[in-house]
Design a protein around this ligand. Sequence first.
Ligand SMILES: Cc1ncc(COP(=O)(O)O)c(C=O)c1O
Length: 357
Amino acid sequence: MKKAYNFNAGPCVLPKVAIDAAIEALKDFMGTGMSVIEVSHRSKEWGVVMDECRALWRELLHIPEDYEVLFMAGGASTQFLCVPMNLLEKKAAYLETGVWAKKACKEASALGETVVVASSADKTFSYIPKGWTIPADVDYFHITTNNTIYGTEIREDFDSPVPLIADMSSDIMSRPVDVSKYGIIYGGAQKNVGPAGVAFAIVRKDILGKVSRHIPTMLNYQTHIDGGSMFNTPPVFSIFVMNETLKWLKGLGGVEAINKINVKKAGMLYDEIDRNSMFIGTAAKEDRSIMNVCFVMAPGKEALQDEFLEFAKARGMVGIKGHRSVGGFRASLYNACPVEAVEALIACMQEFEQLHK
Ligand SMILES: Cc1ncc(COP(=O)(O)O)c(C=O)c1O
């Protein structure tokens, strides 16, 4: 099989063992003589996968008892709406760190008053705003911990006077998190925890049931708590692969162990960007993401952008083109991206520099 160094931003590289297990389960799921996409989601065998997956989430993130782990369809974008539907009575506060944060806020604005506590829109979201405070008179405060498009990341678990809600789509399970500081942590699975098709929501149960509106059944977290994430047919295949991905992560030593590898991978690439005369990083150094590394051609070298993309492509690099809204380059170094891929990209950047000396 052709070897690709996959730096896609999501869907993205997944552990090979998870994909191999999925291939086997597509042929025969747990000796049932049926494919995993043919069995009943009410079967005993499927129940084993659901229970195991939930237990792995709890174990890997040390999730306290008073939280529920939910698997829902509709991606993180549906969670943008679920959060205000379930929590917004009068007013909510948002930290605007990118277009995903803006989209989340827009959904809330249709249901109540929203305040943007701070924004980094003035510099194309290339930094995390500082010096703001969380208002005490809001129903919740929403942050996007990792800004996939711009390569900035919040790694602090803030103390908050109101429920802290975090979109962790692109850094969940990449680093330890103090779950007890959050009201809800949610995201799409398709970066660190599985394929597209399933979203996760870690919900502190006592913050629910406080709004006066009617919440549509499928958007109501309580529906999914009561139904064990099986009120309706869950996205079985995506959850199966998620479970296998989490088993792989546990085998590696869990979130604490993968974090060390992630810090090392990102550090290697940022060091090369800072050293290499052809490139410069775009995110503020203190806010650099360990998941999405964004960079552009150095001043005066901009005309070489397409040439570098072709050069890298010829050496097996996939997915390093920056998001269409910002351009440049982005290498996504999610959990399953091996150190060798980062080394290959660095070698490619060095070769390109030599060529243009
Ligand atoms: C931080 C963040 N939030 C939300 C989304 C949207 O996720 P979905 O496509 O699952 O709706 C993305 C997608 O890349 C993202 O990176």
